[in-house]
Ligand binder design. Structure first.
Ligand code: NAD
Ligand code: TDX
Length: 337
């Protein structure tokens, strides 16, 4: 693989993947296709060597542009999406457009040109799980868990997965799919849970916890997501779905308390706010297929250390997030959050 197209490569996870590829794959040239929506930022990648990547600003729904870009591509890694559940509850329309029509546009081009395709998806397509019992027992998602998405975001991601599966079966698209759990790390937009609370604490605002805070997310460092995606791109079996996770289940209250501790604050120094409608209770990933079949293991398994590094990144990059802070908080205030 010499030339890869990374859609959404100026967003949070996509840009971390571009950094990962530039660092670990010296022979690969990356073309980033990104619309630079409110969630994309050219600065996320502009420090990288110019001979290793180029940024094409454009829409994945633009069939002509996509067709041209795929002429010289060996593979597409498809991260571009509308990605925030809360936004999808306020206005689902860009989610339907980008997540469904955008994915359709890409796979049509990829199948016509015989280009290898990797589709990035989420554990949220499977819906949610009950909390673990008092002994810590509970189910986890696998690649055979039935789809049961809850929000406009997760349902459009589920639809995009199904399109890719159908294109593999009907048209022989050379595709793999990965469904990953919640990512954290640098360059994450401050509308999302962890960076919102970190930037609240830096700004002297109390962290905001939805509902009772018992909801569980299965956290993975975004660098581990990148190494898993590269492994699947190179060694994954065509037509297969791989779940990516690092056994990082934590409830939201625990995460807020860890952040408060690391900022030297009292553990109760947070506000309970209006819950998210349809709020998924618990996600958990069983990643044994990826680990046993492809030999992948996560590296960044010390959550507290990863969070400390992430806090330091937001402290050191205030000019990256400060211009958006007031607007993001004003939007949340409208919904009592
Ligand atoms: P993000 O919102 O930070 O970034 C999305 C990027 O896509 C932005 O750069 C944006 O400009 C770009 N984009 C949006 N619409 C576009 C369009 N029509 N054409 C071209 N570019 C467009 O998202 P993220 O959190 O980095 O998520 C990336 C992918 O990973 C998504 O597919 C998401 O579903 C998936 N995912 C995210 C998580 C998570 O924890 N954030 C977990 C599992 C899977
Ligand atoms: O201020 C907040 N307070 C709060 O308690 C925010 C923004 C969120 N929350 C809760 C809601 C969730 O239970 O924290 C949890 C995480 O919220 P988000 O960061 O919005 O993530 P989530 O809804 O779990 O979805 C994320 O992981 C799966 C990504 O945004 C998706 O793109 C990915 O598919």
């Amino acid at each position: 693989m010499r030339n890869i197209v990374v859609t959404g490569g100026a967003g949070f996870i996509g840009s971390n993947f571009v950094h990962y590829v530039v660092k670990t794959q010296p022979d690969v040239f990356v073309t980033v296709l990104d619309k630079l929506t409110y969630a994309g930022n050219e600065r996320n990648i502009d420090g990288l060597p110019k001979d290793r990547y180029k940024l094409v600003v454009g829409d994945i729904c633009d069939a002509k542009l996509v067709d041209n870009l795929l002429d010289n591509a060996d593979a597409v890694v498809h991260y571009a999406a509308e990605s925030h559940n809360d936004n999808s509850l306020n206005d689902p329309s860009p989610f339907v457009q980008t997540n469904l029509i955008g994915t359709y546009t890409l796979i049509e081009a990829a199948r016509k040109k015989g280009v290898r395709f990797h589709h990035i998806s989420t554990d949220e397509v499977y819906g949610d799980l009950p909390l673990r019992d008092v002994d810590g027992n509970g189910e986890s998602f696998t690649d055979t868990t039935p789809y049961n998405p809850s929000s406009p975001y997760s349902s459009t991601k589920a639809g995009s997965d199904l399109l890719v599966r159908a294109w593999v079966r009907s048209f022989g698209l050379k595709a793999t799919i990965s469904n990953c759990s919640n990512n954290y790390g640098p360059y994450q937009h401050i509308e999302k849970f962890i960076p919102r609370q970190i930037t609240n604490l830096i700004s002297g605002i109390r962290p905001k916890l939805y509902g009772s805070g018992e909801n569980v997310r299965d956290w993975i460092h975004t660098n581990d997501h990148s190494s898993a995606v590269w492994k699947i791109l190179e060694e994954g079996r065509i037509g297969e779905t791989y779940l990516i996770g690092a056994d990082g289940e934590k409830n939201n209250k625990e995460v807020i308390k860890l952040l408060l501790k690391l900022f030297g604050k009292s553990p109760d120094d947070f506000d309970l706010v209006v819950d998210r409608p349809g709020h998924d209770l618990r996600y958990a990933i069983d990643s044994s297929k990826l680990r046993t079949e492809l030999g992948w293991t996560p590296e960044f398994t010390d959550f507290e250390k990863g969070i400390e590094e992430t806090i330091n990144w937001y402290k050191g990059n205030k000019d990256w997030w400060k211009p958006q802070k007031a607007e993001v908080e004003a939007k949340y205030a409208l919904s009592g959050q």
